[in-house]
Design a protein around this ligand. Structure first.
Ligand code: IVH
Length: 698
C-alpha cells in the first residue's frame, strides 16, 4: 500500500558515477536555493543511492564533491547565524524491511527496546529554527549548512502558525518547516500572475523563493509547522530542564499549547507507537492521507519518543540516529510537454489537453494531463518542448503545474490556439473562459450520441463509432431522440448492416426506452451533470415534468447544486426542450423508479433524494473501492452507485468521517486503509450483496 520508490540507479563506470555526482549537486543547489530542479525527487533519490553504492564498491574513486554524507548534499550557502545545536539532515528508509532494520539498529545502539516511537509527516518545505526569547519571537534562521544559517527574520508577520508572543515568558527554539499550503500556493500564483511574475512550479520552490525574498511589492503568506523543540544551551531554568527530559510527543503537545502550529490539528497528527508493526501501520495511515493534507509531504518521520532513548542513540555527523524518514514516492514529476490537442466534447466545449512524454506518477503511467482552458495556458506561459512539472495524487486527474522556465533551450515553440473549431472547422465562441464551438452541442453530436448509448446511460449494445458516423452523415440522427424513431429498414440501408445486427439494435433501442429517468437525463448530456448528479436530480424530482418545471431556486435545492450550477442546468434543459419533447413523444420512460412524484415539494429528509422510499441503506453514505466479486462482479462502478441509491443510500467516492460504510473488494488500497483508520465498517462485496439482496439487478 505504501508505494516503494524505484531502486538505486546502477552506475556502471566512473564516468556514470561522475555524471551522477554532478547532476545531484546541480539539483541540490537548485532545490535548496528555491529554483526548480530539473530532476524530480525519485530520480534524485535513485541517483544519490546509486552514488552511495558505487562509492562503497570503489572507495578509491570517490570524488571530494560527492553529495553523500553531507547535510543538504553540500549545496547550501552558509549563513552567518550559528546554530545552537547543529541542524542535521535525516537518513531514509524506503520500505518495511528498511524500517525493521532501522528499529533493530536503534535497539542495538541503546541496548534496549525504545520506550516508544513516534510517527509524523515529513513536511516538504524549508527547515527553519524559530527562536523565542522570554516569550517573544526573536529570530528566524534557515538551516544553512547545518552549523550556521541565514537570518530570515524579515519574514516574521508573513508566516502563519508563529505567534509573536507566547502565553508564557519562556525561551525555546522550535524547529520546523516553513511551507506554502496548497491553498497558499494557488493564491501565491494568482497574485504573481497579477504582478506579471512567473508562477511557482511547486509549493516547495515557492516557499524557498518567498522566504528569502525581501522587496516584493506583494505578500505571499506562508505557514510554519513545528516538529522539534529545544532549550537554549545556556538555559538552566526549570522549563529548559523540562524540555530536556520530556518525551518528544509531550514537548510537541506543549508547543501546540503555546499556539505554535504543529501537525497536531491535521488528520496526520503525531502517533505514538509501541511496536514496529504499529509504526508500519501508522506510516500506512499517514501515507493514505497524503492526497488530502493541506500541505505536501515527501515522507514520514519516525523518532524515538523518550529523551533518554534519543540521548543514548546520539547523533551522527550528518543525521541523528534516533530518527529516520520513511520516503514516499514523489507525486510531482518532471517531464516534457510534447504537444497539446484540442478535443471537442459532447456539449461543444473545446478542451485543451497536454500530451506528455509518458511518466510514472504515484503508481500509474501518465501520458496526458488537463490544461483547463486557453486562458489558463496563457497564464502559465507554457510552450511545446518545455520541461513541465506534473502533479497527480490519489484519484486526482493529472495536471500540469508549470513550465521550468530556467531550463529552456530556446528550441521551445509556442502553443498554437485553434482559430476554428477543430471538429467541424466552423466558428468558435471565445467569449467565455472555456471556448466552445459556435454550433454548440450539434458539433459534439458524434461524441454525444456515443456517450448516450454508453453502458451507464442508455446501454444500447452494438452501436459504435462507425454506425454513429453513418447515422449522422445520412441525416438519420440529429439528436439522441432520433435513435428512438429508427426503423429496421432505415438501419438496413447502412453499410455492412445485416438483418441480425439490425434486429439486435432495434431490440436494444426498445429496451433503452425503459431505462430509469436518471439514465435518460444523463444521456441528454446536460452540462455540469454527470452520472451521479443526474441520479440526484432524478431522485429529487421523480419525473421529467418536475425537472423541467423547476426554476433556478428549486434546482439549487438538489444536494450539490448551488445557484451557479443551477442557472446553467436550467438553461441547458431549456436548450434541450425540443429533444426532450421528442423523447417523450417516442415513448421513452420519464420517471425514476422508487421515487414518489411530487415529494420534492415537501421538506427534504436527510440522506437520499427527498422523495425516495426507505431501503436498507437509508441515510447511509457508502463508498465502493477495489474490484467487486461474486454477484457484484459484473457491475460497473456506476451500477454499484445506482444500487446504493436504489437501496436508499448516497454513493460517494471518497472516505471521510461522514462515511457510514465502505464496500472493499480485491486490491482495495488507500480508501480501505483510511476507513480502517477512521473506524468505518468495511463490508466484502459478498456481504454487501446480502445486505441489498432483492435490489440486485436481474
Ligand atoms: S525531525 C535532527 N521531523 O526533513 C533531525 N524533520 O531531510 C530532525 N522535516 O531537516 C528532523 N518534517 O527539515 C523532522 N516531522 C519532521 C519533519 C522533518 C520535515 C525535514 C527537516 C529535516 C529534513 C530532513
Amino acid at each position: 500500500m505504501t508505494e516503494t520508490p524505484a531502486p538505486a540507479a546502477v552506475l556502471a563506470d566512473f564516468d556514470a558515477y561522475a555524471q551522477a555526482v554532478e547532476t545531484v549537486a546541480a539539483a541540490a543547489r537548485a532545490y535548496y536555493g528555491g529554483a526548480d530542479s530539473s530532476v524530480d525527487d525519485d530520480t534524485y533519490d535513485r541517483l544519490l543511492r546509486g552514488i552511495g553504492v558505487y562509492e562503497s564498491e570503489h572507495p578509491d574513486q570517490m570524488l571530494a564533491e560527492s553529495p553523500v554524507g553531507k547535510v543538504a548534499a553540500g549545496a547550501l550557502p552558509t549563513g552567518d547565524v550559528p546554530h545552537t545545536v547543529p541542524m542535521l539532515s535525516i537518513d531514509n528508509v524506503f520500505d518495511p524491511e528498511g524500517l525493521v532494520a532501522w528499529v533493530a539498529s536503534l535497539e542495538r545502539r541503546i541496548k534496549r527496546a525504545p520506550a516508544a516511537l513516534t510517527v509524523e509527516p515529513k513536511m516538504d518545505g524549508l527547515a527553519v529554527a524559530v527562536r523565542y526569547r522570554d516569550g517573544r519571537l526573536d529570530r528566524l534562521v534557515t538551516r544553512g549548512d547545518g552549523i550556521a544559517g541565514e537570518d530570515v527574520s524579515h519574514a516574521i508577520g508573513t508566516i502563519e502558525g508563529l505567534p509573536e508572543r507566547l502565553p508564557e515568558p519562556v525561551s525555546i527554539e522550535i524547529r520546523g518547516e516553513v511551507l506554502l499550503t496548497t491553498e497558499q500556493f494557488e493564491a501565491a500564483n494568482e497574485i504573481r500572475r497579477e504582478y506579471g511574475a512567473t508562477v511557482f512550479s511547486n509549493p516547495r520552490s515557492g516557499a524557498a523563493g518567498t522566504l528569502r525574498a525581501k522587496d516584493r511589492p506583494y505578500v505571499v503568506p506562508m505557514t510554519f509547522y513545528g516538529y522539534v523543540a529545544l532549550p537554549f544551551p545556556d538555559d538552566d531554568s526549570p522549563f529548559a530542564e523540562e524540555l530536556r527530559t520530556a518525551d518528544h510527543s509531550a514537548v510537541m503537545a506543549r508547543v501546540e499549547e503555546f499556539g505554535v502550529l504543529t501537525t497536531g490539528r491535521t488528520a496526520a497528527r503525531l502517533r505514538v507507537c509501541a511496536t514496529v508493526e504499529e509504526v508500519q501501520a501508522a506510516v500506512d495511515e499517514i501515507a493514505a492521507l497524503r492526497a488530502e493534507l493541506p500541505f505536501g509531504i515527501d515522507g514520514i518521520v519516525i523518532k524515538a519518543d523518550a529523551a533518554a532513548d534519543q540521548r543514548d542513540a546520539g547523533n551522527g555527523s550528518r543525521a541523528p540516529r534516533w530518527a529516520i524518514a520513511y520516503k514516499l514516492a514523489a507525486v510531482h514529476k518532471i517531464t516534457k510537454l510534447i504537444g497539446v490537442d484540442w478535443a471537442v466534447g459532447r456539449t461543444g466545449v473545446i478542451a485543451p489537453r497536454a500530451i506528455l512524454d509518458p511518466i510514472e506518477i504515484d503508481g500509474s503511467l501518465v501520458g496526458f494531463a488537463t490544461l483547463h482552458n486557453p486562458a489558463d495556458i496563457e497564464r502559465r506561459g507554457l510552450m511545446i518542448g518545455d520541461q513541465v512539472s506534473v502533479y497527480k495524487a490519489g484519484d486526482i486527474i493529472p495536471r500540469v503545474e508549470a513550465p521550468l522556465v530556467h531550463v529552456r533551450t530556446g528550441a521551445e515553440t509556442p502553443i498554437e490556439f485553434p482559430t476554428a473549431c477543430p471538429q467541424c472547422g466552423g466558428e468558435l465562441d471565445t467569449t467565455q473562459q472555456r471556448w466552445r464551438c459556435a454550433q454548440g452541442r450539434a458539433c459534439g453530436l458524434q461524441a454525444g450520441i456515443l456517450y448516450a448509448v454508453g453502458r451507464d446511460q442508455l446501454d444500447i449494445e452494438g452501436i459504435g463509432g462507425r454506425i454513429v458516423t453513418q447515422l449522422i452523415d445520412t441525416g438519420a440522427v440529429a439528436d439522441v431522440a432520433d435513435l428512438f424513431t429508427l426503423t429496421r429498414d432505415r438501419l438496413l440501408t447502412l453499410d455492412r448492416m445485416g438483418d441480425k445486427v439490425a434486429d439486435k439494435l432495434i431490440a436494444g433501442i426498445a429496451q433503452a426506452a425503459t431505462q430509469p429517468l436518471s439514465r435518460v437525463l444523463c444521456a441528454l448530456g446536460v452540462r455540469l451533470t454527470g452520472r451521479s448528479m443526474s441520479r440526484r436530480i432524478a431522485r429529487h424530482f421523480g419525473t421529467m415534468d418536475a425537472i423541467r418545471a423547476a426554476d433556478v431556486e428549486q434546482m439549487a435545492r438538489v444536494e450539490g447544486i448551488g445557484p451557479g450550477k443551477a442557472t446553467v442546468i436550467v438553461a441547458e434543459l431549456a436548450e434541450l426542450a425540443d429533444v426532450i419533447d421528442k423523447l417523450v413523444a417516442a415513448g421513452v420512460n420519464m420517471t425514476e423508479p422508487g421515487v414518489t412524484p411530487g415529494a420534492a415539494d415537501e421538506p427534504a429528509e436527510a440522506g437520499a433524494g427527498s422523495g425516495t422510499e426507505p431501503g436498507p441503506l437509508t441515510g447511509k453514505s457508502v463508498v465502493v473501492t477495489g474490484a467487486m466479486t461474486g454477484a457484484l462482479a459484473a457491475l460497473s462502478r456506476n451500477e454499484m452507485n445506482e444500487l446504493i441509491e436504489r437501496a436508499g443510500g448516497t454513493a460517494s467516492s471518497s472516505v471521510s468521517k461522514k462515511t457510514s460504510l465502505v464496500v472493499a473488494g480485491d486490491k482495495a488500497g488507500s480508501k480501505r486503509a483510511k476507513a480502517e483508520t477512521l473506524g468505518i465498517p468495511l463490508l466484502t462485496p459478498e456481504e454487501f450483496a446480502d445486505l441489498v439482496g432483492t435490489l440486485l439487478p436481474a
